[in-house]
Each structure stands twice: as structure tokens, then as C-alpha cells.
Ligand binder design. Structure first.
Ligand code: HEC
Length: 155
């Protein structure tokens, strides 16, 4: 009797743990979603023409990073709270107060990818409040990092 009770308690616990890790993106989904592979090795992503415009913002597009992370803008709560200035590639490379946000060659280790996907261990998904980047736009940033996060500091 006692051992049966123990076994079923154990099973219930195991089921609970399994369901939590399936639902919690920090436990279950990160490894699945995140890949350091370049999804399109034939084509190099160009930061200046493919990513910077997304960060600057365009009508109908995702919320611009510029609204909160560009030093030259009148308000920049993201910069103020974390030290992360995304206005140039050089300032993005300097990272935030917690360290680098784009680790060349490893999208999975890059905080900026975790923030774009909403899988970072703390804070909210970026761009804060949305609209968020489409899967395709997120893939562009991931591929650019996988390809070595190349580009001039001035971009
Ligand atoms: C509405 C304002 C706002 C917008 C727009 C925004 N951010 Fe942020 N960002 C913040 C704030 C506030 C924080 C700190 C709190 C948090 O992490 O949730 C932050 C934190 C971050 C961090 C984590 C830095 C660290 O060291 O913790 C990254 C990376 C980041 N943002 C990237 C971006 C990118 C990339 C974009 C554009 C796609 C963007 N943000 C758009 C406000 C914003």
C-alpha cells in the first residue's frame, strides 16, 4: 500500500515537472527554438540594409528599437535602464551594463536574440510593448550573428 502510494506520488510529480518544462519557455523551448546554424548559408545578411531599418522603424513595421535605445533620441528608457545603446553597431557591440548582447557566431548565447524571442531569463520581450519582429525578421538577426555579426562600427 505504502509503496503504491509512493509510486503514484512520484508519477504525479514527474508529470508535473514534465508539464512545467513544456510550458515554461525558459526551461523547455529555448533549446528547441534556438539554433546557432545559419538558416541560409548561401546568402549573407547585410546589417545596414536588412537589420538597421528594422531597428530605426518604418510605418506598419515592428516597434522601433530607436524609441528606447538610441542615445540621440529625447527619451530612451531601454538605454537608461540597461546602458544598451543600439544607435550604432559600435555602441551595440559595447553591449549593456550586463555585458555583450550579440555574441558573434552564437545567436543562442546572444541576449538580443533571447530578448527578441521573449526567452530571456529576465525582463520583457523586445521591442517592449510590440509589435514584435516576425519569425523571418528574427531569423535575419540570428543569421547575421551566426555569420559573425559583421559590419562597420559606424553602421
Ligand atoms: C518601449 C521601449 C523599448 C523598446 C521599443 C525596446 N526596448 Fe529594449 N529594453 C527596454 C527596457 C525598459 C529594458 C530593460 C527592461 C527589460 O529587460 O525588460 C530593455 C532591455 C533590452 C535588452 C536587455 C539588456 C540587458 O542587459 O538586460 C536588450 C538586448 C534589448 N532591450 C534590445 C532591444 C531591441 C533589439 C529592441 C528593438 C527590436 C528594443 N530593445 C526595443 C525598452 C525598450
Amino acid at each position: 500500500m505504502l509503496s503504491t502510494a509512493r509510486v503514484s506520488a512520484g508519477l504525479a510529480l514527474a508529470a508535473l515537472v514534465a508539464s512545467c518544462s513544456a510550458l515554461d519557455p525558459k526551461v523547455g523551448d529555448v533549446a528547441v527554438q534556438c539554433s546557432d546554424e545559419d538558416s541560409d548559408p548561401q546568402r549573407a545578411v547585410d546589417f545596414a540594409t536588412q537589420i538597421r531599418p528594422l531597428m530605426n522603424g518604418a510605418p506598419g513595421g515592428p516597434r522601433p528599437c530607436a524609441d528606447c535605445h538610441y542615445g540621440s533620441r529625447p527619451t530612451h528608457e531601454g538605454l537608461d535602464q540597461t546602458g544598451l545603446d543600439l544607435e550604432t553597431l559600435g555602441s551595440m557591440r559595447r553591449g549593456s551594463r550586463s555585458g555583450p548582447v550579440a555574441v558573434a557566431g552564437s545567436p543562442c548565447k546572444s541576449l538580443v536574440m533571447q530578448k527578441l524571442r521573449g526567452t530571456a531569463p529576465s525582463g520583457v520581450r523586445m521591442p517592449k510593448g510590440g509589435p514584435f519582429w516576425s519569425d523571418e525578421q528574427v531569423r535575419l538577426m540570428s543569421d547575421w550573428i551566426a555569420e559573425g555579426a559583421k559590419g562597420d562600427d559606424k553602421l
